[in-house]
Design a protein around this ligand. Structure first.
Ligand SMILES: *Cc1c(COP(=O)(O)O)cnc(C)c1O
Length: 387
């Protein structure tokens, strides 16, 4: 059985200790930034780091504006809020995503609608989206109305799964046709491109996460990116308690949120951004190495990005022939201290979302039983060359 070969192969990359799925990489650069931040006393919501980190992300992803937040979920919440998603509205997303995508929709007192994914991108299927919208909605006064519930469908939130770009160009066209705002959940796809355009630039707003397991981390953190100045201004206002700017007076013009990224987190991000291009190139090599390993194995396929798109290879994934092989593989590897895990339980199966509307989910169900993530950390090396 090739499982044993796989275990030897992974150990040859990562060594003999416990191998996590994805660990962060730090060096003296992060430590020095943290010491400097502490010495400055500005560890919280004021300090030089936040603005600089925002500028870094905006520049890297090709957006005009970026607003840092305390995590990726809060970034999604505010992105939906600004888009006008409110009580009674509906928002389309994919069934196969991390729970945060649908939680953020619920924070707006709106309901998610779950659509199928594509078998190759693992992200939202434009075909499934378009078919569902054609069958279930009518367009009235520039609004997309759900024929069954009578509710307004305000937005569509596709996700670029594990860094593999979904078909955002097609999805963008469909959203325009059906009067939907497009918010890309790019939490997993910093450094992933479609025809050399960064993921998250195909719609109105995109949101990143810098949680400890993502490709770069600020400990916890998120970012709202957009090309719309007004959207960026409202995002900043809402994430900073809706305080009216004044040197000493405290006035607030609406219920805002304390969703700021602390400076101590932002300075970590500054060091991490210096390493991002190196992470990307090493992860690409690692993915190639895995691809070659699996190409000689029967019954298993390494998941690559589709044509004309570049993945950041945040989490590498393999497709196994059936649930029995999947469960055997998970047990063999985890028993030997190599962390592997199945893809998420589709969100329509979770207790809080099981009443939600769904399209046909054949591909979601197929992938649910077969996709497994394998260790994907950037292997140890001397990072001083990145400075
Ligand atoms: C990580 C992640 C988020 C949310 O990020 P947090 O920073 O953990 O709140 C949202 N969506 C997806 C798809 C994610 O993977």
């Amino acid at each position: 059985m090739w499982y044993r070969d796989f275990i030897d192969f992974v150990r040859s990359i990562y060594g003999n200790d416990f191998i996590p799925l994805h660990r962060p990489v730090f060096d003296d650069s992060e430590k020095n930034n943290l010491v400097e931040c502490i010495d400055s006393n500005f560890v919280s919501s004021v300090g030089y780091g936040v603005k600089r980190f925002e500028d870094n992300i905006a520049k890297f992803t090709g957006h005009k504006f970026a607003v840092a937040t305390v995590n990726g979920t809060s970034a999604l919440h505010i992105a939906l809020h600004i888009t006008g998603v409110q009580q009674g509205d509906e928002v389309i997303t994919q069934a196969l995503t991390f729970v945060a995508t649908a939680n953020a929709i619920s924070y707006c007192s709106a309901k998610p609608i779950f659509i199928d994914v594509d078998i190759d991108t693992l992200g939202m299927s434009p075909k499934a989206l378009s078919e569902w919208l054609s069958k279930n909605t009518i367009q009235k006064n520039g609004l997309c109305i759900n024929k069954t519930t009578g509710s307004i469908i305000k937005a569509c939130v596709p996700m670029h799964t594990f860094g593999l770009p979904c078909r955002a160009n097609e999805i963008s066209k469909i959203c325009k046709k059906f009067n939907l705002k497009l918010i890309e959940d790019t939490a997993e796809s910093l450094g992933s491109f479609i025809k050399h355009k960064h993921t998250g630039t195909h719609g109105d707003i995109a949101t990143f996460s810098f949680n400890g397991n993502k490709i770069i981390t600020t400990g916890g953190g998120g970012m709202i990116v957009t090309n719309n100045k007004k959207t960026a201004e409202v995002a900043k206002h809402l994430t900073t308690t809706a305080k009216i700017d004044h040197p000493y007076e405290f006035n607030h013009d609406q219920v805002g949120y304390n969703y700021r990224m602390p400076n101590i987190n932002a300075v970590l991000g500054l060091s991490q951004m210096k390493k991002l291009n190196h992470f990307l190139s090493i992860k690409k090599d690692l993915a190639n190495y895995y691809h070659n390993f699996f190409s000689s194995k029967k019954n298993v396929k390494f998941v690559n990005p589709v044509a004309e798109s570049d993945s950041n290879f945040w989490l590498n994934a393999i497709l196994l022939p059936d649930i029995k092989h999947r469960d055997d593989f998970l047990k063999e590897t985890n028993d030997r201290n190599i962390m592997t895990r199945p893809i998420w339980t589709p969100l329509n199966k979770l207790p809080m979302f099981k009443e939600c509307e769904c399209g046909p989910l054949a591909t979601t169900s197929y992938l649910e039983e077969r996709i497994v993530n394998i260790p994907s950390s950037v292997p140890s090396m001397n990072w001083s060359s990145c400075e």
